[in-house]
Design a protein. Structure first.
Length: 327
């Protein structure tokens, strides 16, 4: 069979690298893998410009795209997860000591629709009693998809010559929710700190109570590609699974990373999160994870309804008792 040529934009992670270096070949597909852009640029270019055949995309923005019936589909492959308690930053001079102190404050975000920010708004509201409508929000960037704030949400886009990170350090903002480690933290700016002094402890407690290791990204495909080649989603999903297995096996080598207690960190992850915390597919745990995120999206006015899993993701089933590779 002649292979079809597709472009895939994805992060350069251990669990995706075998796709980029050719160790894993998606059956029937000659993949051009693009890894040279940051996440928020990749999401914008895929959802706004349709630049790639498939891409790792924002879970939040993809859910919005399905609510609007835009021409994108996704497979239940989740290349990126991250706990988020450590990504709530505060100006130390504002008297903010606990989550409830955020009520009524001016809080910056990279973009309102960003998955990390959606998780954080939802967690602050449901876990700590901080209503999202009690905040004056200030966003740095335009959204992956155009968004009109619902009634009661106060959202201001800062000027292009402003930065929410600088505004936080200088006291123009009280706090900041961000998907990345911000520059004032990297530079150890004494004016800026984290809301949770021990975010890891808060994240462990959250996971042990909820079972949620927050999913950040899905793998999206152009709908026209799926219609033209309906076998492609299964082929890509299998390739991502194979790449993850290779990446996780490689991570068992303590020489992979120049970290003194790397092996101990892996053993701690196993003990806390289980054998496969990066699990793909629609297991009960993953469905709870996604429905929690989607519930926040619905509650906060980004989507009009809760979307069933069979509308959110393509069906990868090969039929009962099939797919065992018996020939």
């Amino acid at each position: 069979m002649k292979k079809i040529q597709l472009t895939l934009a994805v992060g350069d992670y251990e669990i995706t690298r075998p796709l980029r270096d050719g160790t894993v070949q998606a059956e029937g597909i000659d993949l051009t893998v693009l890894t040279g852009m940051d996440s928020i640029t990749r999401h914008w270019r895929f959802l706004r410009n349709n630049e790639f055949d498939a891409a790792e995309i924002s879970a939040s923005s993809y859910i919005v795209s399905r609510d609007r019936d835009l021409p994108f589909r996704a497979i239940p492959v989740f290349p990126h997860r991250r706990f988020r308690h450590g990504f709530i930053y505060i100006n130390r001079n504002k008297g903010i000591e606990k989550p409830a102190d955020l009520i009524g404050k001016k809080i910056g975000v990279k973009a309102y629709q960003v998955t990390a920010v959606l998780w954080l708004r939802g967690m602050l509201e449901h876990e700590y009693g901080v209503p999202h409508r009690s905040i004056d929000w200030y966003s740095d960037l335009d959204e992956d998809l155009d968004f009109r704030p619902p009634e009661g949400v106060r959202l201001t886009r800062v000027r292009d010559d402003q930065s929410v990170e600088t505004m936080l350090a200088e006291g123009e903002l009280d706090a900041l929710l961000h998907p990345d480690i911000i520059e004032p933290i990297v530079r150890k700016d004494p004016r800026v700190g984290r809301l949770f002094e021990n975010p890891k402890a808060a994240e462990i407690e959250y996971y042990q109570r909820t079972g949620i290791f927050p999913i950040m990204h899905f793998v999206g495909l152009k709908q026209e590609l799926v219609e033209r080649h309906p076998w492609v989603p299964r082929s890509l999903a299998k390739a991502f699974e194979q790449a993850k297995a290779i990446g996780m096996k490689r991570m068992r080598n303590p020489r992979v990373a120049p970290l003194a207690w790397y092996q101990e960190a892996l053993e701690e992850q196993d003990a806390l999160l289980g054998d496969d915390p990066w699990e793909y597919g629609l297991s009960a745990a993953n469905v709870k994870n996604i429905e929690t995120l989607m519930g926040y999206s619905h509650e906060q006015g980004l989507i009009r309804r809760m979307i069933p899993m069979n509308e959110l993701f393509l069906d990868l089933s090969e039929g009962a008792k099939r797919g065992t590779f018996r020939t």
